[in-house]
Design a protein around this ligand. Structure first.
Ligand code: ASP
Length: 280
């Protein structure tokens, strides 16, 4: 059993020791709880559990405390992929729910598995998800001062390998911050989140770069075709350089290889495979 999570990148203006310590502590606590959960649950159930905890923590740009779009509305995107059944589900720009990753989990059982905006919200309400406003005062202030544009507070994601050898990946985001309303994030696409029986990947960074590179799907395909996870990631990151792409990934392969890499410093991550590792 193995698990790795990320909390996106943090803003270069935020790289003070206090923020770093708070993120290290939060990720250490969440990875510990999630590994315990993985002992008695599948990879799919565990990635939903881990990403829900990350969504509930306002230190990260997903769920509660997410960044606000340029029209003052907060819209969330999340997706989930079960490596075993190879089914993907995703929500694009859903409003007023607490845990979009849990709505994504419900959607996995349906034929129509990627929903956006109002349709996504209607589905969530039908499934019993109550009204929840994820805006916190700090994000509102940043929005009012138009600072969100320059801040990078971190999408979240998780990849897990369970006791049966099955993989799953989940990713959740509040987006870039101050973007054109209804801009589509990579996090709810196969570029930002992908898994099959060979590997699982969750991405963070500039969504447009991640989509241009088809990053998660490309890395997983390379592992499927025989690359090690490290080589698949490293080759894909070489290709990002062509257009100076900004991205970070976490991943696990079915052989138990666990890896993370980024094109720029300050991605925050933690992993557990019997021993805890946290970004430094
Ligand atoms: N990838 C996210 C997006 O572009 C943002 C992030 O990862 O920080 O919406």
């Amino acid at each position: 059993m193995k698990i790795i999570i990320h909390g996106g990148f943090f803003s270069e203006s935020e790289t003070n020791q206090e923020t770093k310590k708070a993120k290290q502590e939060a990720l250490s606590a969440i990875i510990g709880k999630s590994y315990t959960y993985l002992n008695t649950h599948t990879a799919l159930e565990t990635v939903v559990y881990a990403v829900s905890l990350l969504e509930d923590d306002p230190l990260f740009n997903a769920g509660l405390g997410s960044q606000i779009q340029s029209d003052g509305q907060l819209r969330l995107s999340a997706s989930l992929m079960d490596g075993k059944s190879q089914k993907f589900s995703g929500l694009i720009n859903i409003q007023n729910v607490r845990n979009p990753i849990q709505v994504s989990e419900k959607l996995l059982a349906y034929d129509d598995r990627v929903l956006s905006g109002e349709g996504a919200l209607n589905f969530a309400r039908q499934q019993g998800f109550d009204f929840f406003d994820p805006i916190i005062p700090q994000r509102q202030q940043e929005y009012e001062h138009k600072l969100a544009q320059s801040s990078r507070i971190g999408t979240v994601g998780c990849v897990a390998l369970d006791a049966n050898g099955d993989l799953a990946a989940a990713t959740s985001t509040g987006g870039k911050g101050f973007e054109i309303p209804c801009r589509v994030s990579d996090s709810a696409t196969v570029a930002g989140n992908f898994a099959n029986e060979f590997a699982g990947i969750s991405c963070t960074g500039v969504g447009e770069d991640i989509v241009s590179a088809a990053l998660a799907a490309k890395i997983v395909t390379r592992v499927t075709d025989g690359f090690s996870l490290k080589n698949a990631c490293d080759k894909s990151f070489e290709e990002l350089k062509v257009f100076d792409g900004f991205a970070g990934v976490i991943g696990i392969s079915a052989t138990g290889e666990i890896y993370h890499t980024d094109s720029h410093p300050y991605m925050v991550w933690a992993s557990f495979d019997g021993s805890l590792q946290v970004f430094n």
